[in-house]
Structure formats: structure tokens, C-alpha cells
Write a protein that binds this ligand. Structure first.
Ligand code: HEC
Length: 262
């Protein structure tokens, strides 16, 4: 657009002496409509700096087209168009270039993560939320176990098995989410060792909970060795401890190591 306007002005006021059709163009300058070539000549045009561009100064001071020309000097408006053209970098033929330069430069979009990584990040966000599941279930298994020991009601036994089974499954799930989350987390300084311990204790807890679930299935058979029962109870307590410490460390990543106070 702008380039075309400039070319129109030149076509109206300069071709008489500087067009390629003129047998002996003045000043050996016979390509006034070839903006690209003009803009490339630093003697005439310094893109972005009209005040230092000889071409602009010449039309501004009306040295060109000059007294001999049949065309009148450029009007103020035409001079302004030439000035703007140079100010915007003297774009040549390409209309888009000129319009793009006139309108505010489009902001580059923030680089989007590839879909796979976006998906992983979105999933990982549920890690803190989901972690409350195994905590609740694995801990709930303990009072259920106590109730069974007291009452011998099969429903309590079923409750223990259910809690441990689901608790173990969701512990594995939570650890998996944690590893997704880890890809996008960056803890430095004092938090770095906390993350390390949280990560590995959490992963260990998940593995531990699976083993506990397997043990739970054996320990709740009709016929079971008493020692297996006691082992199960002891390991369930260790599980609760592991879950609690992992959870505490996870919370510390957000609230700081000493977020439990009274
Ligand atoms: C009547 C003839 C005439 C017209 C019309 C004319 N010029 Fe010129 N132009 C000349 C002559 C003669 C020279 C060479 C001597 C000089 O620099 O005065 C020249 C030289 C130039 C030069 C080269 C300067 C250099 O570095 O040697 C430029 C650039 C130029 N003209 C631009 C224009 C532009 C832009 C227009 C239209 C707005 C224009 N001229 C219209 C006669 C003309």
C-alpha cells in the first residue's frame, strides 16, 4: 500500500527524467519506479531514517523534481508519504510488508508446548489432589483391622481388604502423577533435598503399599498363620508412617518444612 503510494507519486513527478523509458535519464538514474533498487542505495535511502536520507531531503527541499520539471513539487502530503515510507524501512513491492509495518507488530505467540507434554503437565497437576486418597484409605484400614480383631465381623475384614487394595492402587496412581508433575517442577535451594526425599519416599511407599495389599490378601484368608496377621498389622503401621512422611514432605514443598506448628 505505502510502497504503491510512493510509486504513484514518483510516477507522477519523476518519470519524466528518471524512468527507464527515458533515453538519457537524468543523473544516470533511470529506475525511479524500482523502489527496491532505490531503497538499496544507501546514498539515497537509509531505511528508518528519513532525515538522513538524501532522497527525502531532495523532495522535501524541492530540489527534485526541480525547476525544469513540468511537474510541480511534492505536496506536503506527498512528502509525508515519502517520509513515512523511509521511516518504516522503505519496504518495496510487497504490500503486506507496508501494512504490517503500519499496524502494531503482531506479538509472537508464547511458544506452545507439544501436545504430549501439555497432556502430561495437565495430568500432573492432579498429583497433590489425588495424594489424599491413599492417605485416607491406608490409614482407614487400620481402625477397620482393630474392629475386626475385636468383633470378628467379616464385614470389618472386608473393609480392611478393600481399603488396602484401593489404597495401594491409588498410591501407585499418585506416584505416577507425581512423576508427571516432576517434569514441570523446579525446586531449588532448600527445597531440592525435600523434593528428593518426597520423590523417593513416595515411590517407595507406592511399592510398599502394593506388597502390603498382596500380604493383606493372604492375611485375611479363613485359615492364616497368626504370625502373618501380626506381620500385616506391623507393616500396615509402617505404611501409615510412610504415607504420612511422604505427604508431609510433599506439603513442605509448598508450605515449607516447618509448616506444622502449634
Ligand atoms: C526535470 C527533470 C527531473 C525530474 C522531474 C526529477 N529529477 Fe531527479 N534529477 C534530475 C537531474 C538533472 C539529476 C542529476 C543532477 C542533480 O543531482 O541535480 C537528478 C538526480 C536525481 C537523483 C540522484 C542524485 C545523485 O545521487 O546523483 C535522485 C535520487 C533524484 N534525482 C530523485 C528524483 C525524484 C525522487 C524525483 C521525483 C520526485 C525526481 N528526481 C524528479 C532531474 C530531474
Amino acid at each position: 500500500m505505502l510502497a504503491q503510494e510512493v510509486r504513484d507519486i514518483f510516477a507522477a513527478k519523476c518519470v519524466e527524467c528518471h524512468d527507464e523509458t527515458v533515453a538519457r535519464p537524468k543523473g544516470e538514474f533511470g529506475y525511479v519506479l524500482d523502489l527496491e533498487r532505490i531503497a538499496a542505495n544507501r546514498k539515497w535511502v537509509i531505511p528508518g531514517q528519513p532525515q538522513k536520507s538524501e532522497l527525502y531531503l531532495m523532495v522535501f527541499h524541492e530540489e527534485m523534481p526541480g525547476d525544469e520539471a513540468s511537474a510541480p513539487p511534492l505536496t506536503a502530503e506527498e512528502k509525508e508519504i515519502v517520509r513515512r515510507w523511509i521511516a518504516l524501512g522503505a519496504p518495496s513491492d510487497h504490500a503486506e510488508v507496508a501494512t504490517a509495518a503500519l499496524s502494531p507488530a503482531p506479538q509472537p505467540k508464547p511458544r506452545e508446548l507439544p501436545f504430549k507434554r501439555r497432556l502430561i503437565r495437565a495430568i500432573g497437576q492432579f498429583h497433590p489432589v489425588s495424594s489424599h486418597f491413599p492417605i485416607a484409605l491406608l490409614i482407614a484400614a487400620f481402625p477397620a483391622e482393630i474392629m475386626w480383631k475385636r468383633t470378628r465381623k467379616p464385614s470389618w475384614k472386608a473393609a480392611v481388604r478393600f481399603c488396602v487394595m484401593l489404597g495401594a492402587a491409588s498410591a501407585v496412581f499418585t506416584a505416577g502423577l507425581g512423576w508427571c508433575d516432576a517434569v514441570f517442577s523446579n525446586y531449588t535451594g532448600a527445597s531440592a533435598p525435600v523434593l528428593w526425599w518426597h520423590r523417593w519416599l513416595g515411590t517407595a511407599t507406592a511399592v510398599w503399599a502394593v506388597l502390603l495389599a498382596a500380604l493383606s490378601e493372604f492375611a485375611h484368608k479363613e485359615k492364616y498363620p497368626r504370625t502373618l496377621r501380626y506381620t500385616f498389622r506391623a507393616l500396615l503401621l509402617v505404611t501409615i508412617l510412610l504415607v504420612s512422611i511422604s505427604g508431609y514432605l510433599g506439603g513442605s514443598l509448598i508450605y515449607g518444612l516447618h509448616h506444622f506448628r502449634w
